[in-house]
Design a protein. Structure first.
Length: 139
């Protein structure tokens, strides 16, 4: 069974997306990512629903409607740093808790979504220490 099916299909994924954006609207810790979105979140809700539908094993709605997700490229106009990643994950973790997913599936999705969110970073707010002698090892 795919996570899409385990979540209850379209209704479950839409509910996850709505819970995610509801948290983004109210959590003070999510202010940084809320500011990256338009005043109305309706289009953002649809796009995340389309993406997650296919990503979770359901119909590839995003690909059908908008083409390849190219997530990193689509997020380049926004300054995505570790704080933004963590704010996004906070909203998503809280939304996932309210799904019908098994704890095992929820944990796997949380890990996979963190990797995805981490990949979206395009701002280095925690630069590496200077390298010594080209060894690749931090000083």
């Amino acid at each position: 069974m795919t996570p899409y099916e385990e979540m209850g299909g379209e209704v479950g994924v839409r509910s996850l997306v709505d819970r995610f954006y509801d948290r983004m609207e109210v959590l003070p810790e999510a202010k940084v990512i809320r500011a990256m979105h338009p005043a109305s979140l309706n289009e953002s809700r649809d796009r995340l629903f389309w993406f997650l539908s296919g990503w979770l094993g359901g119909p590839p709605l995003f690909v059908q409607k908008r083409g390849h997700p190219r997530l990193r490229a689509r997020h380049l106009p926004f300054a995505v740093d570790a704080a933004a990643r963590d704010a996004w994950m906070l909203c998503m973790r809280e939304a996932l808790v309210e799904t019908s997913l098994s704890p095992e599936t929820r944990d796997k999705l949380t890990t996979a979504l963190f990797q995805l969110a981490d990949h979206m970073q395009n701002q280095n707010t925690n630069p590496r220490l200077p390298l010594v002698g080209g060894s690749g090892e931090p000083t």
